[in-house]
Ligand binder design. Structure first.
Ligand code: HEC
Length: 249
């Protein structure tokens, strides 16, 4: 991953970098910590652009100090790099971007709850907090009147979150993208009276306690609560599902 401030043909540009990393780490502190750690010591595992790594190779170690790495990460968090070749539409008039900001708000709210619960009491205490309902995301959603955000998956823990046949096809195409080294992209689907935006959800290290190989204790609790649980056996960087944002036309 090239990380110069100039655009190079041999690396993804800053817009793509920002998009992938903000999707993985919508929270500022986590974004900065994770990106700084990557810049100091680039490793495939830490990259949020696994597709680009496959295409371009891993960026070299640049010899930044921790402070420099944090400064770069903070700059990227605070700025929206612009593509000089294209007019970037504002989120307000672009449903894809409007939906993305709602999905990111949902992700940030979920992640925040989950992390604090995990720290307090470990995964057993935290299992109630991987639910979207009753989350403080109403603010950003209400800005987009009538918008509704949900999560869907091809391997549901809670059967209520199971995807439709069309959605299954979309999730499979994202998995194919990943396998081919391409970055899965969000998509819009036109409905009658509404637009649906789909935004990929990737697994991260912190998800694996409950979606990878959980402890025996946790496994038993999950089995009791979710007898048809399919959301196990994941590794880092896989497609876990999608945020589905329904927006009125
Ligand atoms: C503490 C345990 C725990 C952790 C950690 C956890 N989850 Fe979950 N996850 C659950 C539980 C329990 C459910 C079922 C929620 C419900 O009933 O709606 C769930 C449901 C989901 C769903 C909805 C689809 C489904 O299968 O029902 C997605 C998507 C999801 N988790 C993604 C993630 C991601 C991504 C991470 C890491 C950032 C993560 N989870 C971390 C416990 C966890």
């Amino acid at each position: 991953m090239g990380f110069g401030l100039t655009e190079q043909a041999s690396a993804p540009n800053l817009i793509q970098v920002k998009k992938s990393w903000i999707q993985a780490y919508p929270e500022k502190q986590e974004f900065i910590d994770q990106m700084a750690s990557f810049l100091l010591q680039p490793e495939v595992q830490k990259s949020r652009m696994q597709g680009a790594v496959k295409t371009y190779g891993l960026m070299p170690k640049m010899g930044y100090t921790l402070n420099q790495a944090k400064e770069i990460a903070a700059w990227l968090y605070n700025h929206e790099p612009v593509d000089s070749n294209a007019a970037t539409p504002s989120p307000d008039e672009n449903p894809l971007e409007k939906g993305r900001s709602i999905a990111l708000a949902a992700k940030a709210a979920l992640g925040k709850q989950l992390m604090s619960r995990l720290k307090e009491g470990g995964p057993v205490a935290a299992i109630d907090f991987c639910q979207l309902n009753a989350l403080p995301i109403t603010d950003s959603v209400s800005k987009t009147k009538g918008a509704e955000v949900r999560r869907i998956t091809d391997k549901a823990r809670n059967p209520k979150n199971a995807c439709s046949a069309e959605e299954f096809t979309l999730l499979q195409s994202w998995k194919t993208d990943l396998a081919l080294g391409k970055q899965p992209e969000a998509v819009l689907v036109d409905g009658s009276g509404h637009i649906l935006g789909y935004y990929p959800i990737f697994t991260e290290e912190k998800c694996l306690a409950c979606h990878g190989k959980p402890s025996l204790e946790l496994k038993q609790i999950l089995q009791k609560r979710y007898p048809t649980d399919l959301a196990l056996g994941y590794d880092v960087g896989q497609i876990r599902g999608a945020f589905r944002v329904r927006m009125p036309k």
